[in-house]
Design a protein around this ligand. Structure first.
Ligand code: ZN
Length: 290
């Protein structure tokens, strides 16, 4: 069990009775996820789970964008900040072996752990959630989006199958999942709602209050009802093979990294970054945004 720690890259508060809130607090970096941030989120979720006065957790983010994904400049090694918690081992090994263990710990392992935590977790999303940004959205139970929210996973441009928590087909349907991955184009909030990926879409200025009101309503229910309802829905997804599918895709993801190491000398195809940036600029110009 994690011990409470002072947080540097998130905030933890209790904005209403029986509601805890975790806020990503690196807006100047578009809430790019460092190793530290992911451990802090994991610790904060543990605090909320261990607190019997908390029935519901809200995950929120400061700033214009929810999360730009993994911070590609983060060089923190697993074990450097604190002992690893999921026990995959081999974190210090060079090459694909060590990298796979790293991603098993802080990406796939954390996401699956968070998905199975007993209390309802609502995430409120504004602006962009890109690639790894979706790993702080999809593991949770209810998604409230502001009308400017956009969800994308453009990492096929990096010679990869998609980000590490591969539930795309479950979240948006198999055809849209392929379009999303093949083109790298974002799915807007309104479309995400029609796909069933987002629960509600609200104006940006109402996002916090709307989410909090829903959290308070849910928090008024008995914990055992909430816990067993969540388990029942999760188990219905498990019965459809969700976990097996995620693991298969994760293995292909590791193959992608290993292939890139051989071909490009690094984990991702470096040409992908320019492709993604160029298309993002073009899309901004098309929409007339500054
Ligand atoms: Zn990866």
């Amino acid at each position: 069990m994690s011990q409470p720690q002072p947080f540097e890259e998130i905030r933890y508060d209790k904005p209403a009775e029986r509601v805890a809130r975790i806020t990503l607090a690196r807006p100047e970096k578009h809430n790019g996820q460092t190793t530290r941030m992911l451990y802090e989120i994991n610790d904060a979720l543990d605090m909320a789970m261990d607190d019997d006065d908390v029935h519901v957790v809200v995950v929120a983010a400061d700033g214009k964008n929810f999360s730009s994904g993994h911070d590609l400049n983060d060089r923190t090694k697993i074990g450097e900040l604190r002992p690893p918690i999921l026990g995959f081992g081999g974190y210090g090994h060079a090459g694909p072996q060590g990298h796979m263990a790293r991603e098993q710990e802080i990406y796939l392992g954390f996401c699956w752990r968070w998905r199975n935590l007993p209390k309802p977790i609502i995430v409120q999303v504004q602006g962009k959630a890109i690639a790894g940004g979706l790993m702080l959205v999809w593991p949770f139970d209810i998604i409230i989006a502001s009308d400017d929210a956009e969800f994308s996973d453009p990492v096929v441009a990096f010679g990869m199958n998609g980000h590490e928590f591969f539930v795309h087909a479950f979240e948006v349907g198999h055809r849209k999942a392929k379009q999303m991955l093949f083109t790298g184009e974002p799915i807007g909030a309104a479309e995400a709602k029609t796909l069933g990926m987002v629960n509600e879409v609200v104006p940006r200025e109402e996002l916090e209050a709307f989410t909090l009101a829903m959290a308070e309503k849910i928090a008024s229910r008995p914990m055992i009802g909430l816990k067993t309802a969540k388990m029942s829905v999760n188990q219905s997804m498990d019965a459809q093979g969700m976990w097996n599918a995620i693991q298969s895709a994760f293995n292909l993801h590791q193959f992608g990294h290993a292939n890139n190491r051989v071909i490009h000398g690094q984990m991702i195809d470096p040409a992908g970054l320019e492709t993604i940036k160029r298309e993002a600029r073009a899309s901004k110009e098309r929409s007339g945004k500054s």
